[in-house]
Design a protein around this ligand. Structure first.
Ligand code: BES
Ligand code: ZN
Length: 867
């Protein structure tokens, strides 16, 4: 990895206590002006005041001392590289309070950072702009000069000067509105003072919006703001939000501290959603539901996103991490809690099982790389901060909290959470503060156990040995770091709460033990040799289990006859698959076990199967026997495909709806003739407006058809795209286009991704969709090589480019490609993508080794099957 950039935090000598900020965005010229008065506490006499600012022009800087004297700085030193300005005064400023005043101006940029412009089409067809803010992690400094660190909390009085016909919003409710004294087209709107809060949570929005409104049972006014005329699309999120607020109030035993909660859909938005206190901003697709055009999976996603952002109102906003090293406290915790609350609101989603197939597995898959990083990671420079919004902070963070929740039990966990939030409200914390509160509540060694998970990279593989001692089964459990390349590393050790289940009662924990050392023996009384024993019931522990062949053989029938609960079926399978990737077991073993799933009916188990099939598909797309693999997958999914059919059953369950879309999508992708023909027919009817495709089937149908598309079908898809009004539908179409295998069409999709028809926020997902097929993979990489500068400039680095790089590179599978990618990024360093590039290189080399190791055996197995 390249050396970290030099970085220093702001000196603690001068701290802000309050900001009064006026902002006046010009929505036509796309610029803004502002002025601010910052109340400061000068801790010790100093000649310098240093604060953050970036891409702003500062004017009329003066400092008012407590005795009323006004002094001007002798010099103002702007440093774009450190994103700071330093004011130097002639004489030392005395310790005590002072007020810093200045005016500033900047551009409403198109990078979705700081205060930026977001485009929409007005009802008369005119293109217009809203002004929107996105500050996390370090972009408040692009909107107003500030002490832009999470621990420097202050209160804020925000004033907006806006055209009288626009909606002005900020964190707090409006308290006054007057016509501007010199321009009757403008209004001056003041908002109530915020509580003590971090700069990254300040927000303003100015634009044209409608809303729906309700009051939660705990008395909070909740509104969902939508584009004009679409307020009904805010209904679902409104229902969720009004239920979630009282749920969290009860769960944390602390009331939501602000008088209002606004949720708003923003047309151009870099991430999915942002938890600004009292004014949560969302991508349109993460908030809006159109009953006829929103799929069940999207609705579920919206519930999760709303649950996540509202959890931050307590965890993140009320209590905030001291520094970005502890970002995981925010994101890991909110990711855990979003599932708690969605499980409460929508038990039919079986959301905890989905947690395992998505969140938990995703974390383990990244964390088995040598280039993973610990949950708590030292970061300094903004580009390093951006890069840790990753699957380690989110998914591993949430997974270890889930493990802890299970180890402590819900009751103690809640008591501890309440202690933590109460003790640190309106202040900042380190990871240790959370452990302290949870230990007090539970009397368990929380810090000792948990620091092994947050301070070390990776996770253990627990190897099981078993022997019989009369009536008792004796297990020896040994831990060792699990690494994707199958190598061993004895330098780390974890404290692992291990639980065990047995055939007598598959869904009950038979025994629990805290694995504190390298190895431990467990005696299971009265458990015979003839029955199965399984580690990690419920797949709660953040580790992999390696069974000896005879124990695994005993578990397979329990998968087949479904005696094992779904989470355990997919747990066994997933662990086995990871052993295969690491070369501990042959891929053929996993192909054999896959066949045990042909009669499976559970969505979550199927989605685990699908994850593994998708990995194998990427790998085997580099071989000449890929068609035999495709036949294998078609066969695997055919029985469940027949059973589900194309038509939703009246009153069918949410998970069956998701399952149908998954299964038909797989059959279509791997070229099942019947499914392809039916998809074509249904798409034709949809295009002709004779029978509308249900939203849940659109993605699988689009992808199936596009995979075999000619020019004409492609044009048809573009037409659908242009006609679509709902952003979710546009996404569905644009992300299906990459399924094409036609070299000319692939080029057209890549051009389309960069065109003005696709918003910057969506471009990278269209390119990624191209990279998911074998011919698209090389085309997308070639395209990136030519356009990388344009892409980096478009986003000024950040999260979207990092995602793009990951997905377009990690599926190569040869040393040659590893070298090519390595050289490319060595010659062109893109800040904030360094670790991602290292992870991709490692994955490419792992793929190459995997292919070398198992390719011949897989080929033989698949061709001998003769499906
Ligand atoms: N705080 C984040 C938003 C964020 C992400 C800011 C990355 C800066 C960089 C927010 O709470 C969040 O986590 N959003 C997620 C959605 C969530 C449901 C996982 C997102 O945007 O992907
Ligand atoms: Zn979050």
């Amino acid at each position: 990895m390249p050396e970290p950039k030099p970085f220093e935090r702001l000196p603690g000598t001068v701290r802000p206590t309050h900001y009064s900020i006026t902002l006046q965005p010009n929505l036509v010229k796309c610029i803004f002006q502002g002025c601010e008065e910052v109340s400061l506490d000068i801790k010790e006499a100093t000649r310098e005041i240093k604060f953050n600012t970036l891409e702003l022009t500062l004017r009329d800087i003066s400092l008012k001392l407590s005795d009323g004297e006004v002094v001007k700085p002798a010099s103002t030193d702007m440093s774009p590289s450190t994103e700071t300005a330093t004011l130097t005064f002639e004489r030392p400023l005395p310790a005590g309070p002072a007020t810093l005043c200045m005016s500033f101006s900047g551009e409403l940029n198109d990078k979705m950072k700081g205060m930026y412009r977001s485009k929409y089409t007005a009802e008369n067809g005119e293109e217009r702009y809203s002004a929107v803010t996105q500050f996390e992690a370090t972009d408040a400094r692009r909107c107003f000069p500030c002490w832009d660190e999470p621990a420097l909390k202050a209160t804020f009085d925000i004033t907006l000067v806006v055209p009288h016909d626009r909606v002005p919003l900020s964190n707090m409710p409006e308290i006054s509105r007057e016509t501007h004294e010199s321009d009757s087209n403008l209004i001056v709107v003041k908002f109530a003072r915020t509580p003590l809060m971090s700069t990254y949570l300040v927000a303003v929005v100015v634009g044209e919006y409608d809303y729906v409104e309700d009051t939660s049972s705990d008395g909070i006014r909740v509104r969902v703001y939508t584009p004009v005329g679409k307020q009904e699309q805010g209904r679902f999120a409104l229902e969720v939000a009004t239920k979630v607020l009282p749920y969290y109030k009860e769960y944390f035993n602390i009331a939501y501290p602000l008088p209002k909660m606004d949720l708003i859909a923003i047309a151009d938005f870099s991430v999915g959603a942002m938890e600004n206190w009292g004014l949560v901003t969302y991508r349109e697709t993460c908030l809006l539901v159109d009953p006829h055009n929103t799929s069940a999976s999207q609705r579920q996603w919206i519930a999760l996103v709303v649950g996540h952002e509202l959890a931050h109102q307590w965890f993140g906003n009320l209590v905030t991490m001291e520094w970005w090293t502890h970002l995981w406290l925010n994101e890991g915790y909110a990711t855990f809690v979003e599932f708690l609350c969605v499980d409460h609101l929508f038990p039919e989603y079986d959301i905890w099982t989905q947690f395992v197939t998505n969140t938990y597995v995703r974390a383990l898959e990244l964390d088995c790389l040598k280039n993973s990083h610990p949950i708590e990671v030292p970061v300094g420079h903004p580009s390093e901060v951006d890069e840790i919004f990753d699957d380690i902070s989110y998914s591993k963070g949430a997974s270890v909290i889930r493990m802890l929740h299970c180890y402590l039990g819900d009751k103690d966990f809640r008591v501890g959470m309440n202690k933590y939030l109460t003790r640190h409200q309106y202040a900042n914390t380190y990871t240790e503060d959370l452990w302290a509160a949870l230990s007090e509540a539970s009397s368990k060694p929380v810090a000792e156990v948990m620091s092994t998970w947050t301070k070390q990279t990776g996770f253990p593989m627990i190897t099981v040995k078993s022997h019989q001692d009369g009536n008792n089964r004796v297990l020896t459990l040994t831990q060792q770091r699990f690494l994707a390349d199958g190598s061993t590393d004895d330098s780390s050790q974890w404290m692992v709460p291990v639980s065990i289940s047995t055939q007598q009662n598959p869904s009950k924990v038979a025994q629990e033990v805290l694995l504190e050392r390298r190895s431990v023996q467990v005696v299971l009384e009265g458990v015979s040799e003839a029955t199965w024993v399984k580690l990690n019931p419920g797949t709660v522990g953040y580790y992999r289990t390696q069974y000896p062949p005879e124990m695994l053989t005993q578990l397979i029938p329990a998968i087949q006859d479904k005696c094992l609960p779904p989470l355990d079926r997919l747990g066994v399978f997933n662990d086995l698959f990871s052993m295969v990737q690491a070369g501990h077991t042959s891929t053929v073993e996993v192909l054999k076990v896959l066949r045990a799933f042909e009669d499976e009916h559970d969505f979550t188990v199927w989605s685990a199967v699908h994850n593994c099939v998708a990995r194998l598909n990427q790998l085997l797309s580099h071989t000449d026997f890929h068609p035999a693999f495709a036949a294998f997958v078609r066969h695997l999914f055919s029985r469940i495909g027949q059973k589900l059919g194309w038509e939703a059953k009246p009153g069918e369950k949410h998970l069956d709806t998701l399952l149908r879309s998954l299964v038909l999508g797989q059959l279509g992708l791997y070229g099942d003739e019947q499914v392809v023909a039916e998809a074509r027919k249904r798409l034709a009817a949809h295009v002709a407006h004779t029978t509308t495709l249900p939203a849940d089937l659109r993605s699988p149908v689009y992808k199936t058809v596009v995979a075999q598309a000619d020019e004409k079908t492609y044009e048809q898809m573009l037409k659908l795209y242009r006609e679509a009004d709902l952003h979710e539908e546009k996404d569905r179409i644009s992300r299906s286009l990459g399924a094409t295998r036609d070299p000319n069409l692939i080029q057209r999709v890549l051009q389309f991704a960069m065109s003005s028809e696709v918003r910057n926020q969506d471009t990278i997902f269209v390119i990624i969709s191209v990279a998911m097929t074998a011919p698209g993979r090389s085309a997308a990489w070639a395209f990136f090589k030519t356009h990388h500068q344009e892409l980096v400039d478009r986003y000024e680095g950040g999260y979207l480019v990092t995602r793009l790089i990951k997905y377009i590179t990690e599926n190569f599978a040869s040393e040659d490609m590893a070298r090519e990618v390595e050289t490319f990024f060595r010659e062109r360093q893109i800040p904030g993508t360094e670790r991602t590039v290292q992870q991709s290189l490692e994955t490419i080399r792992l793929n190459a080794a995997w292919l070398n190791r198992d390719q011949q055996a897989i080929k033989k197995y698949l061709t001998d099957l003769q499906l």
